[in-house]
Design a protein around this ligand. Structure first.
Ligand SMILES: Nc1ncnc2c1ncn2[C@@H]1O[C@H](COP(=O)(O)OP(=O)(O)OP(=O)(O)O)[C@@H](O)[C@H]1O
Ligand SMILES: [Mg+2]
Length: 464
């Protein structure tokens, strides 16, 4: 705006100065050339000729001045109109206000009125505090005042309230207006409506909070299910422990009874006593190691361990052996992946146990005479594959899609929670970044775990 007006003002100034300069120059030229000629003339002629020339010059200059004045007025009109339009545009499209030093509003733009819901006359003369929103900290206004009083411009985002109790957000630039001596006499403020931007920001924030909450809830649910599934396994384990303990407990009891009888009959020598005690110690040792197997299995640790399929399977078979033997189920293991790799061993053992128990359950349920569970491991395209086969007629095709769902079970409530495969999938796919799939073979079901053996590595100083 300033750039457009100043050349016009310059033009006006030069249009007035040029004819005056011309008149002065003409008078000077006449005086200069006319002086020698004056000597031959009498004073009356000089006066006559001089006044004619001066009159002509003054007439011409006046004509030019009047013409230019008209042009000047026209330009002035045009400028005034332009300025008025600019001010109207400003009033309509800019949220602006001016306040005196006490914060009393002396000017409020139309857009400011529209946004705040107040009429101009309701704002003028009132304190700017009128639109202050309770959410804005007092410290912000104090800092603004400090900046303005120092003669500097303040900029920031402000939440203001509307007449009807609503609010809007603005990005405000507030600057002090100084008088000729540099003293602050009033404050000007222009603002941009950023309510939608703020609403979007708030929406983003609340979305983020909701997503984190949902993730936390899902993790908690998963943790809960993992516990539930472990508890169910624990129930099965107790009956397995009972089976495994039956035989050594009976042996301890019979050894002790035989020693007792021999002692009553006084038919005992030190060697027999020693051997009996040794037997009891060996059986107790066996009981203790069985308990350790189960205890290790249930330690709730998600620790990366360097291990192998063979080591994992040996431990798992140790646990299920008695139960499988009792049901005449043969378990075989063809290991073609002998490398060691890092994995959450306890969790992986839990999965293997789930798969073996499911196979055992299916064999029992379908009254398969020569129940066989085969475990095969091999390397395929750099991946470690672990497969569990059984010969229990497989999974009904209609159920295939559901078996990994939580709480899906075809067993009675007492015998199955339906969490075994769901948790196994979470452990393999979410914790170990592998895959767990189910297929039907000619004879039964097959579950395949595919892992990347290089997915995890132990820190160099870890001693596992
Ligand atoms: N080897 C298998 N042969 C046939 N069906 C199977 C086999 N493994 C799983 N299933 C089917 O998948 C269902 C879900 O198995 P999942 O291990 O999740 O639960 P569950 O064994 O029923 O209960 P839980 O594992 O809590 O004891 C089983 O009820 C069964 O119908
Ligand atoms: Mg199961």
């Amino acid at each position: 705006m300033k750039n457009k007006i100043s050349p016009k003002l310059k033009n006006i100034r030069s249009s007035i100065l040029t004819p005056i300069a011309f008149l002065l120059m003409a008078i000077f030229a006449i005086l200069f050339f006319y002086t020698p000629y004056m000597a031959d003339k009498n004073i009356i002629d000089i006066a006559k000729e001089g006044s004619i020339i001066v009159l002509a010059l003054v007439t011409y200059t006046s004509y030019t001045l009047v013409k230019r004045e008209k042009r000047l007025l026209k330009t002035n009109d045009k400028l005034e109109k332009k300025l008025k339009n600019i001010l109207l545009d400003f009033d309509k499209n800019v949220i602006a206000s001016t306040t005196d030093m006490d914060g009393k509003i002396t000017y409020a733009s139309e857009l400011f009125c529209k946004l705040s819901g107040y009429k101009k006359e309701e704002l003028i003369g009132r304190n700017h505090n009128l639109i202050k929103h309770g959410d804005m900290p007092k410290a912000m206004y104090e800092e603004m005042l400090k900046t303005l009083q120092a003669g500097k411009t303040w900029r920031g985002e402000i939440k203001n309230s509307t007449k009807d109790g609503g609010f809007y957000w603005v990005d405000a630039i507030v600057s002090p207006v100084l008088d000729g001596s540099g003293k602050v006499i009033e404050y000007n403020s222009i603002r941009q409506d950023i309510t939608s931007k703020k609403e979007l920001e708030n929406l983003n924030e609340s979305l983020k909070a909701r997503i984190s909450k949902a993730i936390a809830e899902a993790q908690e649910k998963e943790q809960h299910m993992l516990k539930q599934s472990k508890m169910a396994q624990m129930g099965e384990m107790l009956s397995m422990i009972a089976h495994q303990w039956r035989q050594p407990l009976a042996a301890i009891s019979s050894t002790a009874s035989s020693l007792e009888v021999k002692m009553i009959l006084k038919d005992i020598d030190i060697a027999t006593l020693k051997s009996g005690i040794k037997d009891i110690q060996a059986y107790s040792q066996h009981l203790s190691s069985t308990i350790n197997d189960f205890r290790n299995f249930f330690i709730d640790s998600k620790v990366l361990t360097k291990t192998s399929f063979e080591s994992i399977l040996n431990k798992t078979i140790q646990i299920v052996k008695t139960s499988l033997d009792k049901r005449d189920i043969i378990i075989s293991f063809q290991n073609h992946f002998e490398d060691e790799f890092c994995i959450y061993e306890n969790e992986f053992e839990q999965v293997v146990l789930n798969l073996i128990k499911n196979a055992e359950d299916a064999i029992v349920e379908n009254s398969i005479k020569n129940g066989i569970i085969e475990i095969k491991t091999y390397k395929l395209n750099g991946k470690a594959v672990f497969e569990v086969f059984d010969n229990a007629r497989g999974i009904d095709n209609a159920l295939m899609e559901k078996i990994f769902d939580p709480y899906f079970s075809t067993k009675s409530k007492k015998n199955g929670t339906g969490l075994g495969l769901y948790m196994s999938k979470i452990i393999i796919e979410n914790h170990c970044f592998g895959t767990l799939e189910a297929f039907n073979t000619f004879e039964g079901a097959m579950f395949r775990i595919t892992l990347n053996p290089n997915e995890f590595s132990l820190p160099p100083d870890a001693t596992q």
